[in-house]
Design a binder for this molecule. Sequence first.
Ligand code: NAD
Length: 510
Amino acid sequence: MNISVKSSSVLEEAHAILDRLGVDKSAYTNGTMVSFSPVTGEKIGKLKTVDAKGAAAAIEQAHAAFQAWRLTPAPKRGELVRLLGEELRAAKADLGRLVSIEAGKIPSEGLGEVQEMIDICDYAVGLSRQLYGLTIATERPGHRMMETWHPLGVVGIISAFNFPVAVWSWNAALALICGNSVVWKPSEKTPLTALASQAILERALKRFGDAPAGLSQVITGGREIGEALVDHKNVALVSATGSTRMGREVGPRLAKRFARSILELGGNNGGIVCPSADLDMALRAIAFGAMGTAGQRCTTLRRLFVHDSLYEELVPRLKKAYASVSVGNPLDSAALVGPLVDKAAYDSMQKALGEAREHGGSIHGGERVDLGHPDAYYVKPALVEMPKHEGPVLEETFAPILYVMKYSDFDAAITDHNAVGAGLSSSIFTLDIREAERFLAADGSDCGIANVNIGTSGAEIGGAFGGEKETGGGRESGSDAWRAYMRRATNTINYSKALPLAQGVSFDIA
Ligand code: NAD
């Protein structure tokens, strides 16, 4: 059963949370930038924004903070992130709820997002004692060669609405332990959760004591504020998460001034269900991957290739799951699918479904669900049986549409799987080791994430996260992703009494 929340209660609850977290009311009641809750479509905040001058001032302050922070020993920098993790644990219920209110996630996903923030803090604390370089054999006697990793500078973070707080923490936790300062431009659709996260960080900073002022800041505003971050000469690295369209604008601008970038862009993720697949397991993984977060994850499963020997068994079961999934107010824990973020998302979903129909697709679901809030956009997730891998299937539509295609030849399925612009996440469901290993091999999936017998979404922070091709090539989070937040110096030290030159070059001056 869906419980309808009265408009005023969503606003009141959001403001009560912000109050508890210590966000000054004037920051979200007196400004010009409006935040909406997709749950009811109502306005829940009017935020103050910065202009280009304000953004530049924040960057310059962060640059000054960097000069001091880079000299703070890394394990001590880790202590700040440890305190942030503690504060996040204490605020988990409030921040998770605010994520549900502002991004429309169901409660377990709102809380899960905060858990991810806590996990990355724990990871970064350990890492703060392991920022290691190599020693390398040299050809010259009496010499030693090594590499040293140094802090980089100001790290600009641009984030998307669908992971309104976790993306900041993936970047900020690593950037801070690596000795950098941070300036964050959150999505204009989810600025309240950003203010809340900043307030939580301020608590950690207060307990830490002597961090330089302006070490980590939030600048709220639209795309033009993102551009100010991208263009400022003192921002050494921009980590930008969002659509491929955004990446196409941001990437060249950064390249023009030789700044570093981590681009985490759109996905059009595929899965292959092979003849030997454990269908019960596959069904659950597909359902969560395709319908979870109302299809609004970068890793959402959008294309499914089903072997023709099991098509008639799996697809009816999937249709049943689609028909019975509960769509509703995410503040009601019974619903598994919450709202789309806004009307534009709903319109793009309907447009893609129209195109699918034109390409011979057979559509199950996709209708709007009326919960009595004219400005909120709830939909039934759509399962679309497609005769061919073409048309709207080739592009990411940020909504719950799963295109299902039949395959008979495994090689052809892999070719189709890879025949899209994006290259983020992928899965294969098989018990056949040859198929599984082929999928993971050089001529298998071309994505940054390739999984066996689990879905495309729900990555852990321990691995490097990101994708290839039009997903941008960036990596965040675990493994050696920290290196992107530092600069490398190769050092050669001569402790001999001679000066041999490399490659046998001689240059003897009189
Ligand atoms: P979006 O591209 O509309 O906006 C993302 C952010 O970029 C916002 O903060 C926006 O203000 C900023 N921005 C937009 N244009 C800009 C420009 N020219 N210069 C500087 N900043 C600019 O994306 P969205 O709708 O918020 O999020 C959904 C998209 O993000 C989907 O395509 C999804 O796949 C992608 N995404 C990717 C990842 C990943 O890790 N690969 C994670 C989450 C979301």
